[in-house]
Ligand binder design. Structure first.
Ligand SMILES: NC(=O)c1ccc[n+]([C@@H]2O[C@H](COP(=O)([O-])OP(=O)(O)OC[C@H]3O[C@@H](n4cnc5c(N)ncnc54)[C@H](OP(=O)(O)O)[C@@H]3O)[C@@H](O)[C@H]2O)c1
Length: 295
């Protein structure tokens, strides 16, 4: 049985659907199992990385595990969620582990690098006798869902870092790669740096979304100071905000189109247009809502 953490998220949700469709026994971990919408036959289990005691039951009997942490960098002195998940997997005797990490995890010396290096080491450390695979993607296409509220309300979308390009990746491709690594032996010990097939700025992604939705969407670029203020309001510690600003404004690494996903999948990675078509409903204006005119 494969235990999927983050099973209600973008990558984990796709992974659960993919594994279930392939007939693999899957257990989906969530903090709200009663409300989880899962494919038939998938078991929902309560698990909270802030409540390590819950993880023992969640991982019991698993032979494979997909590990992701939603804990923001700097929210604790270290990646306590990653450490707790890896410990639970080890105690359950899991044989294959796929960890969702981030592009350039561990590269450099800033707070983000130190955090991810420790999180990855929890999975790859010498004491682990499982087959591990690390996925290191850059920006997710699903980040565009952050614009959904603004797009439902109007055509102008306030966007930070509007001209910084990234070769964003479809979480569905990550899930497909994770499924391969959890069900075959071919990806043991591999660290995959992953991107989508094309580099686009947020302005470019917005323009693709506009085409797909048949809308004249345009960006209102927010100055870097507004992006910084937003992160501070969100509660990111100052050193984390500094690191994000530096990485976003000074590095072009995330804009690189990497060949890895296509090589592993044996087909081109999904484009942002494909992602936008598949998720168009999330941006659609509600019909018949007070103040809106049904068309
Ligand atoms: N977005 C990007 O551009 C990007 C780029 C590179 C890497 N990443 C990495 O990708 C991951 C995010 O993946 P995603 O987009 O698939 O996630 P997501 O859609 O944001 O979903 C977050 C998941 O985390 C679970 N979760 C939240 N708090 C939890 C807790 N205390 N204990 C256990 N589970 C918890 C949620 O489950 P419930 O609410 O159901 O419990 C949910 O399934 C992060 O690790 C991030 O660093 C993201």
């Amino acid at each position: 049985m494969i235990l999927v953490t983050g099973a209600t998220g973008h990558v984990g949700g796709e992974l659960v659907r993919r594994l279930a469709a392939a007939g693999e026994p899957v257990r989906a971990m969530t903090r709200r199992p009663a409300g989880a919408r899962l494919p038939a036959g998938v078991e929902a289990v309560y698990g909270d990385a802030d409540d390590p005691a819950s993880l023992e039951a969640a991982f019991a009997g698993a032979s494979g595990a997909f590990l992701m942490s939603a804990q923001p960098v700097g929210a604790a002195p270290g990646p306590t969620h990653d450490l707790a998940l890896a410990r639970a997997a080890a105690e359950a005797g899991v044989r294959r582990v796929v960890k969702l990490s981030v592009l350039d995890a561990g590269a450099g010396t800033d707070v983000i690098a130190r955090w991810h290096a420790e999180a990855e080491a929890a999975v790859t450390g010498a004491s682990r006798d499982w087959a591990w695979t690390l996925l290191r993607p850059g920006r997710f296409m699903s980040n565009a869902l952050q614009w959904a509220g603004q797009i439902r309300a109007g055509d102008e979308v306030a966007v930070p870092f509007a001209e910084r390009p990234a070769a964003s990746i479809d979480p569905a491709d990550l899930a497909e790669i994770a499924a391969l690594a959890l069900t075959t032996d071919e990806h043991a010990g591999a660290t995959y740096e992953l991107s989508g097939p094309r580099s686009l700025t947020p302005v470019g992604e917005l323009s693709v979304l506009g085409e797909v939705l048949g809308r004249d969407l345009h960006a209102k670029a927010l100055p870097p100071a507004a992006a910084r203020a937003g992160m501070e309001r969100y509660g990111f510690p100052p050193e984390v905000v500094d690191a994000i600003m530096r990485r976003t404004l000074e590095s072009d690494r995330g804009a690189e189109v990497l060949p890895t996903a296509e090589k592993i999948l044996g087909r081109p990675a999904r484009t942002f247009t494909q992602w936008a078509r598949a998720h168009a409903d999330a941006f659609a204006r509600a019909v018949g809502v007070a103040g809106e005119t049904p068309t």
